[in-house]
Design a protein around this ligand. Structure first.
Ligand code: HPA
Ligand code: MG
Length: 211
């Protein structure tokens, strides 16, 4: 884990610690103030802070797309989107992969599929968040029955949990603290999917949308 601390020695005993943003987001990362960005008015008062702004998500996704294209080589892939939380990340990732392959001499044929898996396919599973990895292990077991040529997993987020044996996806955007996050298609009881940024929900929001 890479955490950079910048020490500004201003007065004798006064030291300011600045925690810089990294894809391994540290437990003491304070996030960004909600006042710095725009977000839907119906969520005013329901959020604590912005953990990852939308622009950074998109830029990071573009880099993951580049890594995936480099690894896949000339193979065709089937993209399996784990709904519903994964749809934003999946749409942006596929768009970036298509743009990259359009601009290169080799054209990667891509199908976004949900059911018709065939044994010769290379499968890219796209997920929003991996916690303990239990869900992903079940899904992988199911897909392995089709004996695809290759299975890779891309998850936008990996949550740091207390379990050290946690599953690690092949590609991930950010590792986050053990917090409940919403936005960019991640929901709390079906709310907040329309929020662009990934944010931490506050107690008011939790109560308001509790079922
Ligand atoms: N937010 C939304 N959905 C989730 C989360 C989260 O933090 N963790 C697992 N599913
Ligand atoms: Mg999910």
């Amino acid at each position: 884990m890479l955490i950079l601390y910048q020490l500004h020695n201003v007065k004798h005993h006064e030291v300011f610690l600045t925690v810089l943003f990294d894809i391994q987001i540290s437990d003491n990362w304070p996030g960004y103030s909600l006042d710095l960005f725009t977000y839907p008015q119906h969520y005013y008062g329901d959020l604590e802070y912005v953990l990852i702004p939308h622009g950074i998500i998109v830029d990071r996704t573009e880099r993951l797309a580049k890594d995936i294209v480099q690894d896949i080589g000339d193979n065709d892939i089937v993209v399996l989107c784990v709904l519903k939380g994964g749809y934003k990340f999946c749409a942006d990732l596929v768009e970036h992969i298509k743009n990259l392959s359009r601009n290169s001499e080799r054209f990667i044929s891509m199908k976004v599929d949900f059911v018709r898996l065939k044994s010769y396919h290379n499968v890219l599973i796209v997920e929003d968040i991996v916690g303990t990895g239990r869900t992903m292990k079940v899904l992988l077991n199911n897909i392995e029955k089709y004996k695809p040529k290759m299975i890779k997993v891309a998850s936008l987020l990996v949550k740091r949990t207390s379990r050290p044996d946690g599953y690690r996806p092949d590609y991930y955007g950010f590792e986050i603290p053990d917090l409940f996050v919403v936005g960019y298609a991640l929901d709390y009881n079906e709310h907040f999917r329309d929020l662009n940024h990934i944010c931490v929900i506050n107690d008011h929001g939790k109560t308001k949308y509790r079922v």
